[in-house]
Ligand binder design. Structure first.
Ligand SMILES: Cc1cc2nc3c(=O)[nH]c(=O)nc-3n(C[C@H](O)[C@H](O)[C@H](O)COP(=O)(O)OP(=O)(O)OC[C@H]3O[C@@H](n4cnc5c(N)ncnc54)[C@H](O)[C@@H]3O)c2cc1C
Length: 235
């Protein structure tokens, strides 16, 4: 195994393509083999949480545990992810690339319409949550006035999502019900008219569910409206 340890963002960008980017390692490390090359972000910085009015900017290598401590409205979402041990290692940047049914924070960031700052061979730019590539340096979003989050899972710790719902009362993002986090746009239109029951019913239009060890695709589709309604009514 070959590990690059860049000490700056510029150095890390220069090493893109020389190996797999490694942040907390909670997703990467189980797949590492003797011939794997890694580019560790450990010494690059990219940690911290800054506030500018109601806008938060979080460094990509900030741990989930720290986000949960310092961003109160995301506390419950963070607590629904994995276990304290994993949350102390796992980063917000890494969560953007977690494969569903993981990636609960990415679902929240999609509901928040977060902006992802990236750098790659084409330079630095800002993209949406689902367009993240290259080196993610930070993630910014406005703190919402209202926030709804629910995650259906089998047990309290280390259980991936069956259905995750995040909403700021206007946007609705779903996890666990498609290969990537998705916006439930038909449901959002119904919610804009104040019809939560219809929003719940229409949420299935965004779903493209899969079978896994936690639940079948059939079950995910079946319970999705229930969890959307529960999330939006805070039942
Ligand atoms: C037992 C267990 C349970 C889990 N349960 C949940 C859960 O319930 N909910 C949930 O959301 N997640 C869950 N996860 C997944 C975990 O939370 C995410 O994988 C974590 O956020 C990834 O962050 P990391 O820093 O460890 O990423 P790493 O493992 O270091 O990297 C993951 C991917 O992201 C890329 N990457 C990392 N940082 C950057 C960056 N700055 N720029 C570009 N690419 C980058 C890496 O190259 C890699 O492809 C679980 C993981 C485990 C092991």
């Amino acid at each position: 195994m070959n590990v690059h340890l860049p000490e700056s963002v510029d150095e890390a960008v220069g090493l893109l393509g020389a190996g797999v980017l490694l942040a907390g390692g909670t997703s990467v490390m189980p797949h590492v083999g003797p011939t794997t090359s890694l580019v560790s972000l450990r010494r690059v910085g990219l940690t911290g949480i800054e506030r500018d009015g109601d806008t938060l900017t979080i460094g990509a290598a900030t741990t989930l545990a720290r986000v949960g401590r310092e961003v109160p409205f995301l506390h419950d979402a963070i607590e629904s992810i994995a276990s304290p041990t994993i949350r102390n290692l796992a980063t917000i940047g890494g969560n953007l690339f977690a494969r569903q049914p993981h990636g609960d924070l990415a679902v929240c960031l999609l509901a928040l319409d977060a902006t992802v700052s990236i750098i790659d061979a084409d330079g630095a730019r800002e993209v949406g949550v689902l367009e993240a590539e290259g080196l993610v340096t930070s993630i910014s979003f406005k703190e919402p006035e209202r926030w709804f989050y629910t995650k259906a899972m089998r047990r309290r710790q280390n259980s991936a999502s069956i259905v995750t719902v995040a909403s700021d009362g206007a946007r609705i993002a779903l996890g666990g019900v498609a290969p990537r986090p998705v916006r439930a746009t038909a449901a959002e239109a119904a919610l804009a008219e104040g019809d939560i029951a219809k929003a719940a019913e229409l949420s299935v239009e965004a779903a493209d569910p899969f079978d896994d060890a936690y639940a079948s695709a059939w079950y995910r589709r079946r319970v999705l409206p229930v969890h959307v309604r529960r999330a939006l009514t805070e039942e």
